[in-house]
Design a protein around this ligand. Structure first.
Ligand code: GDP
Ligand code: MG
Ligand code: ZN
Length: 355
């Protein structure tokens, strides 16, 4: 039995108890998988390759992949940060890196649990950014609707499997207490805080208070004893670090190979992760990003990382594309640190990373 909080309806649910399974038809509608007269068996088997279950937690229909909690509670990761800080580009670069099997050398396999959703995301964001160098347009959150997850996948390492869910939200909607759009904040299992250290953020470095707003939500959660607050794994990403690469020590970290601290995969280099966290903390402190350091005080374990989704800046601020080309730098390192803290890379790294 795996009872988990559904990030969409916030009910405690056990999907393993649900027996009805659905597939998504060519119109994007969920259809019950059942023996249908006149539908060839092969067609039914084809439709059932990927299946969904209807969440029993609320009367409005919403669905999760059938394997959502088969292998234990999923890891729901929320990306936090104000508008224009670089969340969408970072998420797209991460998903692109996962999709191109960049974790395979670490013995980690990724299986996308919602192929249609993943394909849509690849076509709409990931490929335009990584292949064509396009700049992506901002996150759109419809008012009054719970925000949908970005992607959901299974992480497999040896015999262990875990479902991971990504949520991206326009940080400003965290402000409204009644905003259904960010209900998932009550159900997140890990947080990635995105700090914009790019040149354009020169104006007021501390103008982003979405971190404080989201930490306040976590306090409500842990206050109600429903779920942990400070015990959650968290990471701070110093995004758009390409624009600061001539600052010491940004250059040093940006030049390090992607995922260097996680190779070989059976022994995580916790010293390197700690050294980068210390440098990143000092950098934020020295450059006046004081509000961005609040998560460091709040969480028991947290790591800090320099990263860049694009790898280079726009030539002109109004450009629709990164004319120098897009080459993500160290975008999976923060994710792997969260995986380690969440116990997905073995007990040894869980105990050490981020403490
Ligand atoms: N130099 C640089 N600029 C970036 C990078 N990622 C995003 N940007 C810029 O920041 C803007 C906002 O990024 P976006 O991901 O949409 O931010 P969000 O609102 O937090 O999702 C983009 O339109 C780009 O101009 C990066 O890795 N490097
Ligand atoms: Mg966005
Ligand atoms: Zn639900």
């Amino acid at each position: 039995m795996t009872t988990v909080m559904c990030p969409k309806c916030l009910s405690m649910v056990d999907l393993e108890n649900e027996t009805d399974q659905y597939y998504i038809d060519e119109n994007g509608d969920y259809q019950l998988i059942a023996d249908q007269p006149g539908v060839p068996k092969l067609r039914q088997d084809f439709d059932a390759r990927f299946s969904w279950k209807k969440c029993p937690g609320a009367s409005w229909p919403h669905y999760w992949p059938s394997e959502y909690s088969t292998y234990g509670p999923p890891l729901v990761i929320g990306f936090v940060g104000g508008t224009q800080k670089g969340k969408t580009h970072l998420l797209s670069a991460m998903i692109g890196a996962l999709d191109s099997k960049q974790l395979q050398p670490l013995g980690i396999e990724i299986k996308w649990l919602e192929p249609q959703r993943h394909r849509r995301l690849m076509e709409a964001s990931v490929k335009p950014l990584l292949r064509d160098g396009k700049r992506l347009v901002g996150t759109v959150t419809r008012d009054g609707q719970p925000v949908d997850h970005v992607d959901v996948f299974q992480v497999r390492r040896g015999n262990s499997r875990r479902t991971v869910v990504f949520y991206d939200v326009n940080g400003n909607s965290l402000r409204d207490e009644n905003m259904k759009a960010v209900d998932f904040m009550f159900a997140v299992d890990a947080l990635l805080f995105v700090v914009d250290i790019g040149r354009s953020s020169d104006a007021p470095p501390g103008d982003d208070d979405t971190f404080q707003v989201s930490l306040a939500r976590l306090d409500v959660r842990s206050g109600s004893k429903l779920s942990p607050g400070p015990e959650l794994p968290a990471a701070v990403v110093l995004a758009k670090a390409d624009e600061r690469r001539f600052d010491e020590p940004v250059m040093r970290w940006m030049r390090r190979e992607d995922l260097a601290a996680f190779r070989p995969f059976d022994s995580v280099d916790t010293d390197a992760i700690e050294a980068e966290s210390t440098d990143a903390y000092s950098y934020l402190y020295a450059h006046g990003f004081l509000g961005s350091l609040d998560p460091v005080d709040y969480f028991d374990r947290i790591t800090l990382h320099f990263a860049s989704a694009a790898g280079s800046a726009l030539v002109e601020p109004a450009d629709a594309a990164f004319r120098r080309g897009v080459r993500p730098v160290r975008v999976l390192d923060p994710l792997l640190a969260v995986f380690a803290m969440a116990g997905m890379l073995g007990d040894n790294s869980q105990a050490k990373v981020g403490s």
